[in-house]
Design a protein around this ligand. Sequence first.
Ligand code: PMV
Length: 347
Amino acid sequence: MRLDHPAAPNSPHERPAAGHATAVAHPNIALIKYWGKRDDHLILPASDSLSMTLDVFSTTTTVRLAPEAAADQVTLNDTPAADEPYRRVTAFLDLVRERARRAERAVVDTRNTVPTGAGLASSASGFAALAVAATAAYGLRLDATELSRLARRGSGSASRSIFGGFALWHAGRGTGADADLSSYAEPLPVGDLDAALVIAIVDAGPKAVSSRVGMRRTVETSPLYRPWVESSRADLTEMRAALLRGDLEAVGEIAERNALGMHATMLAARPAVRYMAPATLAVLDSVLRLRQDGVAAYATMDAGPNVKVLCAGADADRVARTLRSVASRTYIARRGPGACLRTEDGR
Ligand code: PMV
């Protein structure tokens, strides 16, 4: 493919632009949450977070350079992107273009198999897939750490979807350029752990308050925010040890208290940020009853009313069956792969 603005091939990060590339990424669910930034522009979080990448709800994104186009073109599930997602995607492409020292606009086609905007982290798989596809299309050769840093600039949680399995996103040190360099995710070693997440959908519609807005309001107004950040640091240390031991019950207990604490900080924001719905609480009650019946099941929730229930793979069917009485749909997810390029033959 002919390109009008070939990059000067004098940096180890550059390679001939492919012109087009397709990447696939999966969402991740945080067991230690990211909630709140210390730098809104660079997307630097207040604390470390830790997640499991799923094997369901993939996003597939194709980026095709369009040298003759005056503006980027972005479609999401065959529909032109609305203003806000369009602005976020073009701002992200600008970062890639600046780094690749190229100017061409691009045609971006994204297909999500996750219900968009339902607090199921479609932005994580979306920006992880976009980071991998756009860097290849524009001829940037980035290692996984650099891809994670780049994906972070699209959506914080996307930094973790670059990796499969369990990943830890470092908040990074300090401010500005140094902090930018030190804030990335990396894969986390875990012991023998057969973990599944049962996703209980109570409402698949778009959320009322975006995570960006909800986070900012929590950081700025919630008196519970700082104490939660402190407790989250302690949770992370305990969580890492529990994962290494392969101790599912401890992993679940820590994840559940971390998530409930995060929602408590939001409820204390002024005005309150509330993602939990009555059906969310009904699912939490079911999870409690499962535990009383001897099933190790633990809940976590993000910026939406849906609940993800951590349990042993062997218990996942039973947990899903039980939750179906209170949730409109359930899905069983296991550990999934990291973001990757798709080859011409579709593999
Ligand atoms: O990456 P964002 O801006 O969509 O924020 C995600 C925040 C939570 O999903 C609520 C928590 C997390 O760590 O993924």
